[in-house]
Design a protein around this ligand. Structure first.
Ligand SMILES: Nc1ncnc2c1ncn2[C@@H]1O[C@H](COP(=O)(O)OP(=O)(O)OP(=O)(O)O)[C@@H](O)[C@H]1O
Length: 260
């Protein structure tokens, strides 16, 4: 991928942008219980608009469960998810998305038999854009993310890393207030990670979106996050600046597999 072009503002936003004006997305005292198992326990997290917040933790720490709660895919057992001043209790995932909370999935969830462009278009149409506007918007988005030359390819034929980029493009349709990226660097080479870091770093300014970045790749997460929160065993173990987290003894012991 060459240098990232400036994002072209889509010609029509098509939905009520006022819905996406919240300055924070927050979980307060959140717990999720799966029969006997407490997947997350009393977790509080506050994501600000324009901020890249890294969310790290060992396998099974509860990161995806937390993201599922923050996007309406999982109902909390206790606690609440707040979008600005609004309690989201009872909201469907579609309502979260309509309010400008977007996400990607570890397993792409693309329409593999549709073209790359159509994958982005249908998301725009689903969010209220007319077909013409959705097409123009999709092409602008694919240009930004470096997939314009593959617009007519079937999504299922893309290389794995391009499929992940397409997932991000779909989530960025209509400049969401918050975008939650679930392990976007998984399976990427060092060079691809560099490109991804450039793209993700540009999201807050380009799309005025806050980014919650779940990532196992420490170079990526420490390199571009403004703050980092660490989960371990379903609880918050630490939060702070990347430099602080990298030196945090409990984090090093629990997560980085090093002696404290
Ligand atoms: N639908 C479910 N039913 C039962 N248990 C679940 C379910 N989803 C997650 N869990 C369990 O909850 C805990 C937290 O899982 P979660 O996937 O949120 O962790 P994670 O930090 O995202 O892990 P990874 O880095 O491996 O993706 C794990 O013990 C997991 O097995």
């Amino acid at each position: 991928m060459s240098e990232t072009p400036a994002f072209i503002e889509p010609p029509s936003l098509g939905v009520d942008r006022a819905l996406t004006n919240a300055a924070t997305l927050a979980a307060e005292g959140l717990s999720v219980r799966f029969s006997g198992l407490l997947a997350i326990s009393d977790v509080t997290i506050r994501q600000a608009r324009h901020e890249i917040l890294g969310l790290i933790g060992p396998n099974g720490a509860g990161k995806t469960t937390l993201v599922n709660c923050l996007t309406g895919f999982q109902k909390p057992s206790e606690g609440r998810v707040m979008l600005g001043d609004e309690d989201t209790a009872g909201w469907s995932a579609a309502r979260f998305r309509a309010h400008g909370i977007a996400r990607t999935f570890q397993a792409g969830r693309l329409f593999k038999d549709m073209t790359v462009a159509e994958n982005v278009e249908v998301t725009g149409v689903g969010l209220g854009l007319g077909l013409k506007a959705a097409r123009e918007h999709a092409m602008a988005m694919l240009g930004w993310i470096g997939l314009a030359d593959k617009a007519r390819a079937k999504a299922g034929t893309l290389a794995y890393t391009d499929q992940r980029r397409l997932g991000i493009a779909r989530a960025l349709v209509l400049s969401p207030a918050f975008i939650l990226l679930d392990e976007p660097a998984a399976g990427m080479s060092d060079a691809e990670c560099e490109e991804l870091m450039t793209l993700v770093s540009a999201i807050p300014k380009t799309f005025t979106s806050g980014v919650l970045l779940i990532e196992h790749n420490m170079r990526v997460v420490m390199g571009i996050s403004h703050r980092v929160q660490v989960l371990d065993g379903g609880k918050t173990l630490a939060e702070g600046l990347p430099a602080e987290i990298q030196k945090h003894e409990a984090v090093m012991a629990a997560y980085l597999g090093m002696e404290a």
